[in-house]
Design a protein around this ligand. Structure first.
Ligand code: NAD
Length: 291
């Protein structure tokens, strides 16, 4: 029997918990937490992500603002906006939606975000603190994956966790977090140069897939009874859908799910928890600023 790690349902539950806390804070006369987002250009997926973050912010009672900048924005202009957000006492946390246009140096932009407002957890300071096990903002997607495993009571101690992907926003931080005290997994990290990938993935008690290739993981690559976390998001054309597309993951769920003990569906698995983690980080930033 395969059970579902239902990110959508869990996200609703956590959002309700956050909303209750915000209601209480505002009833006591405090201002609401404020999350801002910066988006440069008009990339469809990025606009959808930012719109979802804005909607979720409103749902939990946060103040939300979006800074929409044109595709031709210069790096200097973007850095000026970041400087403004860093210094605005009414903004608790903000994100810069990635990817940025090619003419802007992404790392320089990330480095300019104040670590105290870096609710995406992308700055070197927060990543460093995370690796040292210090208080920090953990990147939203890895944090969401950890929350899913924790809240569903998945046993992780001593389990072999294979992470596919080594990006700074998913693979690397999730591998670090799951190997730390509390999760205590034995972690293997795979990437594009890994040899004999199926041989390694077949050893995974917990398989986290963040590879960015649609339906790459097939049934022969997964151990019977594994816990499967599919981070991938891909839009594929689908004329039967009203919006003309459907969303699929990095895993071929039609053949893989039956072998697993637990799976995250796509959509409705990791995605909703990513947004919730951002809200949790913003609430944490707000509390720190109030202190
Ligand atoms: P990325 O492209 O930055 O990284 C992909 C990683 O996969 C790389 O480290 C690469 O080494 C590895 N890889 C590529 N081909 C491989 C192969 N053949 N064998 C083994 N490893 C290989 O991607 P990312 O930003 O980490 O995102 C991964 C996926 O997760 C994407 O589909 C992305 O859209 C999705 N994503 C989802 C969320 C969410 O909230 N659900 C958040 C972020 C990213």
């Amino acid at each position: 029997m395969t059970d579902i790690l239902d990110g959508k349902a869990l996200a609703l539950q956590i959002k309700e918990e956050i909303a209750n806390e915000v209601r209480q804070l505002t009833a006591e006369g405090h201002r609401a937490p404020h999350l801002a987002a910066v988006i440069v250009g008009t990339d469809g997926a990025s606009m959808t992500y930012v719109a979802n973050k804005e909607k979720s912010s409103h749902e939990v009672g946060f103040t939300s603002s979006v800074y929409r900048m044109s595709e031709t924005t210069t790096e200097k202009q973007l850095l000026e906006t970041i400087d403004f957000l860093n210094n605005d006492p009414d903004i608790d946390g903000f994100i810069v939606q990635l990817p940025l246009p090619k003419h802007i140096n992404e790392q320089r932009v990330i480095n300019a975000i104040s670590p105290d407002k870096d609710v995406d957890g992308f700055t070197p300071v927060n990543i460093g603190r995370m690796v040292l096990g210090e208080e920090c903002f953990v990147p939203a997607t890895p944090m969401g994956i950890c929350t899913l495993l924790q809240r569903y009571g998945i046993e992780t101690a001593g389990k072999h966790c294979v992470v596919i992907g080594r990006s700074n926003i998913v693979g690397t931080p999730v591998a670090n977090l799951l190997s730390r005290k509390g999760f205590d997994c034995t972690v293997t990290m795979c990437h594009s140069k890994t040899q004999n990938l199926p041989e390694i993935t077949r050893q995974a008690d917990i398989l986290v897939v963040a590879i960015g290739k649609a339906e790459f993981i097939t049934a022969d690559m997964v151990k019977e009874g594994a816990v499967l976390v599919d981070v991938g998001i891909h839009r594929v054309e689908d004329a039967t859908k009203k919006n003309g597309y459907r969303v699929i993951g990095d895993v071929k769920h039609s053949e893989v799910d039956a072998k697993c003990s637990w799976v995250t569906p796509v959509p409705g698995g990791v995605g909703p928890l990513t947004i919730v983690s951002l809200l949790q980080n913003t609430l944490k930033a707000y509390k720190k600023h109030r202190k």
